[in-house]
Design a protein around this ligand. Structure first.
Ligand code: NAD
Ligand code: DAU
Length: 341
């Protein structure tokens, strides 16, 4: 029996991971610890309600006594830390919660896991810790850390803490660094779900700058498969990059989305660029292919079509999110009320 503690399991990737893990592994039980911030949504796991293999504990990973109690109540074999403040634009508006959850929360988890003698810890990190690429080259696990946003600086800080616990205490941690995920249950502040949702409602798509920035897109299930491979086969102290081998300029992605949605390009609106906007991310994931036996499986256009279908079929999920805190964030970020244009 493999017992896992997943933090941030009510978010986009965490909820997809829990579903993937329970559907592909026998004899797994999962404790999901989540604070339920604006991004955490119990609806993301509604289909698993009543499943005895999944237990939910609401709480903050920064709360040392709470984390210690969870680990004392339910001893686990491995801890996977997905919990984070995850949106770059929000980190530019206010970096405070990013420092708190992403750095202090990671430190609290590391201490509690060490005290509890956890056998495997996975830090779910991001390719953004490497900074920005020019026209050529790929991020490898050896690329120096050079984060450019408060979000990526907080994730890089957490990675360095994890590294230091491995070096100093022999703590059994691995770090995974993945590129841009897309798929079902992604909060509609991120590019793909925001643009799908706006286009479906004939609202403008706010492309930052000239849309020349490049991201590497990976289906969330491919990321989840990679994280599971890292839990099962990763070596202590190692970093594993995951990517989708699918580099796209934002403007090209936007045009593809509009084509698949049957919407006109006149919906494109060029808006003020993101401050400090990283130009290009691209990943060399050959180490994960070689050492974990992992590779990305989902073809981008197929995955994007399925994602569009999911957002069409789950418009009420989107509407419930957009009726909450999200409206004030949208106004602050885009200078207009959602639905005004
Ligand atoms: P998300 O914002 O959708 O979900 C984050 C979850 O963490 C939410 O359920 C939230 O309630 C929870 N959470 C936040 N603060 C918490 C706290 N203090 N205590 C407990 N729970 C808390 O994020 P996501 O996109 O699913 O990202 C998950 C992880 O993967 C993050 O660590 C992120 O840095 C990393 N990552 C994301 C991407 C991507 O493209 N989305 C790519 C690479 C890595
Ligand atoms: O690379 C991995 C990272 O990918 C993760 O660590 C982050 O958690 C995740 O949010 C994502 O970061 P990005 O900043 O790359 O994702 P986002 O969806 O916010 O933006 C993708 C690109 O689209 C980026 O170049 C900015 C641009 N963009 C984004 C928004 C929200 C726009 O042009 N307009 C927008 O309204």
């Amino acid at each position: 029996m493999q017992r896992l503690l997943v933090t941030g399991g009510c978010g986009f990737i965490g909820s997809n991971f829990i579903r993937h893990c329970l559907s592909t592994r026998d004899n797994v039980t999962i404790i999901n610890v989540d604070k339920l911030t604006y991004a955490g949504n119990l609806e993301n796991l509604a289909d698993l309600e009543g499943d005895a293999r999944l237990l939910f504990r609401r709480g903050d990973i920064c709360d040392r006594a709470f984390v210690q109690q969870v680990l004392a109540d339910q001893p686990v074999d491995a801890v996977l830390n997905f919990a984070a403040e995850s949106h770059v634009d929000r980190s530019i508006l206010d970096s405070g919660p990013f420092v708190q959850t992403n750095i202090v929360g990671t430190q609290v988890l590391l201490d509690a896991c060490r005290e509890a003698g956890i056998g495997r810890y996975v830090q779910v990190s991001t390719d953004e810790v490497y900074g920005s690429l020019g026209a050529d080259g790929l991020f490898t696990e050896q690329t120096p850390l050079a984060p450019n946003s408060p979000y990526s600086a907080s994730k890089a800080s957490a990675d360095l803490l994890v590294r230091s616990y491995v070096h100093t205490f022999g703590f059994p941690a691995v770090i995974t660094r993945c590129s841009n995920n897309y798929g079902p249950y992604q909060f509609p502040e991120k590019l793909i779900p925001l643009f799908i949702s706006n286009a479906l409602n004939d609202r403008p798509l706010p492309v930052y700058g000239k849309g020349e920035n490049v991201r590497d897109w990976i289906h969330v299930l491919d990321h989840c498969r990679g994280i599971l491979a890292a839990v099962e086969h990763g070596q202590t102290g190692e970093v594993y990059n995951f990517g989708g081998k699918c580099e796209l300029k934002n403007i090209d992605l936007t045009r593809t989305l509009l084509r698949l949605l049957g919407k006109p390009e006149s919906l494109i609106r060029y808006v003020t660029d993101r401050p400090g906007h990283d130009l290009r991310y691209a990943i060399d994931c050959s180490k994960a292919e070689r050492e974990l036996g992992w590779s990305p499986q989902v073809d981008f256009e197929t995955g994007l079509r399925e994602t569009i279908d999911w957002y069409r079929a789950n418009s009420e999920w989107v509407e419930r999110i957009q009726s909450g805190e999200y409206t004030s964030y949208y106004e602050r970020q885009y200078g207009e009320r959602l639905g005004d244009s």
